[in-house]
Design a protein around this ligand. Structure first.
Ligand code: PEP
Length: 249
């Protein structure tokens, strides 16, 4: 049986108190789609206010430190995210892999720390345009998974993979459905190799310029179990049609 679809918004560095009303609008509208899991990953400093504003709705972080505590100025631990009310966190987003030079092994440690604390994890992988043009997209993404998948296999549900081609993020460019299908099948095979049946049930999300106009086509692709959505998650009017497309898939 295909997993329930998950549509998660990544608000990146957007969101202050005035935006809690938009989060409430999204949470309220998400109630109309009980067959879809909907979540918003907001700036760490907004998590507690967001969870108070929309009790019962899944609010997440966008990054987590791998250590439990210590001398890590400006960082947020998994326990802190959980304590603020987060249910999940993104790890390994390409903007962090690039700007913060996060390695696969760091991403793996972050995923393990978050899972051990009881947070669900969305672990991002994806190739640059240069790598795709060299014909090395699949080998690159599989190598990222080899380096960043957590050892802990346990059960399927807490870990989702987001395939996010770097060149598709925020650009309006999207791979063909055949390219998405090929990559998601390769990721699925890797997850099954690593985790057995559990890997067969893990969700594989697509991310990169998902919007109302392309969501249904993307959700119809085999092994696309949802989406990680950046820009189009900031407004209920842009985000909810994507959730609706997941509901209809
Ligand atoms: C993202 O940053 O995870 C993302 C998918 O962004 P966008 O939807 O804006 O391309």
């Amino acid at each position: 049986m295909a997993p329930r679809k998950l549509v998660a918004g990544n608000w990146k560095m957007h969101g202050v108190s005035a935006d809690l009303a938009e989060i409430a609008a999204i949470a309220d509208a998400a109630g109309q789609y009980p067959r879809v899991d909907v979540a918003l990953c907001v700036p760490a400093i907004l998590i507690e206010r967001a969870t108070r504003a929309v009790p019962g709705f899944a609010i997440g972080g966008q990054d987590v430190h791998h250590a439990e505590k210590g001398a890590h100025t400006g960082c947020t631990s998994a326990e802190m995210l959980l304590d603020a009310g987060a249910r999940l966190t993104i790890v390994g987003h390409s903007e962090r892999r690039d700007a913060q030079r996060e390695s696969d092994s760091e991403v793996k440690a972050k995923a393990e720390a978050a899972l051990s604390c009881g947070l669900d994890v969305i672990l991002c992988v994806g190739e640059t345009l240069e790598v795709r043009e060299q014909g090395a997209a699949i080998s690159t993404v599989l190598a990222q998974l080899d380096g960043s998948l957590p050892e802990r296999s346990a059960s399927d549900a807490p870990l989702a993979i987001a395939y996010e081609p770097v060149w598709a993020i925020g650009t309006g460019k999207v791979p063909t459905t055949a390219e998405i299908a090929e990559m998601h099948a390769a990721i699925r095979a890797k997850l099954v190799e690593r985790y057995g049946d559990g890997g067969g049930a893990m969700r594989i999300l697509y991310g990169g310029s998902v919007k109302a106009s392309n969501a249904a086509e993307i959700f119809a692709v085999d092994d696309v179990d949802g989406a990680l959505v950046g820009g189009a998650s900031l407004k209920a009017s842009d985000f909810m049609p994507i959730v609706e497309a997941a509901d209809g898939a």
